[in-house]
Design a protein around this ligand. Structure first.
Ligand code: ADP
Ligand code: MG
Length: 238
């Protein structure tokens, strides 16, 4: 069974087609990376999956249920963006607990979930701090923690590491891999960085101009690119 099935999905803004008749399946527990040049439609595709944008055509199916008309909350996905968007006046604990409090979860289970996520992300000692007292890397962990406590069926990451310096990016990448191994949750990760795609992905979806050029494991794309675009994009050094 596919966790997510994109079925002839299209999206236009005004007269501009941004996503053109895209179909593919993502399997349960996979780490999938959408990669492609800036402006090719990666963020739009992720927002369609999250329910933050409405499709212009086609259907989106989660676990054999058609969710095309569902709200983001009903879809049960959690999205982590490049800009952390933490609440500046709340400490780390309250930032992570906020969504669960809104959803009226009981205080005991909120505390347990926040503490467990904080432990996983090694930010347990920072729970009393305000966002301004954190480094960029620590803030991004809080943003990831906020997603983890919701226990989503899918994590959606949109270039979450692009504000971090190179060394921290490599480290956080490894931690995301470990997180994926620990949780086993389906994850989709958007990046324009081919190295990031090759190191993180179980499978890569190569996008160009609103279309899928190729889908495959990093090794498959590296060994057997289906066209010059994929060969150039995957093969080109950063
Ligand atoms: P990527 O994330 O790959 O850089 P995006 O999905 O952000 O690409 O954008 C794809 C194209 O859609 C771009 O040409 C962008 O200008 C356009 N676009 C994205 N969102 C909107 C919007 N809300 N209204 C109009 N055009 C948009
Ligand atoms: Mg984008």
């Amino acid at each position: 069974m596919s966790a997510i099935s994109m079925q002839a999905v299209g999206k236009h803004f005004g007269k501009t087609d941004v996503i053109n008749n895209i179909s593919f399946d993502i399997y349960d527990g996979e780490f999938t990376v959408f990669v492609g040049p800036s402006g090719c439609g990666k963020s739009t595709l992720l927002r369609l999956i999250a329910g933050l944008e409405e499709v212009s055509s086609g259907n989106i199916v989660f676990d054999d249920e058609d969710v095309t008309e569902w709200t983001p909350a009903e879809r049960g996905v959690a999205m982590v963006f490049q800009s952390y968007a933490l609440y500046p006046h709340m400490n780390v604990y309250d930032n992570m607990a906020f969504g669960l409090k809104l959803a009226k979860k009981d205080p005991q289970s909120i505390r347990e979930r926040v503490e467990k996520a904080a432990q996983t992300l090694q930010i347990g000692h920072l729970l009393d701090r305000k966002p301004r007292e954190l480094s960029g890397g620590q803030r991004q962990r809080v943003a990831i923690g906020r997603a983890i406590v919701r226990q989503p069926r899918v994590f959606l990451f949109d270039e979450p590491l692009s504000n971090l310096d190179a060394a921290l990016r490599v480290q956080t990448r490894l931690e995301l891999k470990r997180l994926h191994a620990d949780l086993g949750t389906t994850m989709i990760y958007v990046t324009h960085d081919q190295v990031e795609a090759m190191t993180l992905a179980d499978r890569i979806v190569v996008l160009n101009d609103g279309r899928v050029e190729q889908i495959g494991s990093p090794l498959e794309l590296y060994r057997s690119p289906c066209n010059l675009f994929v060969a150039g994009f995957i093969g080109s050094p950063k």
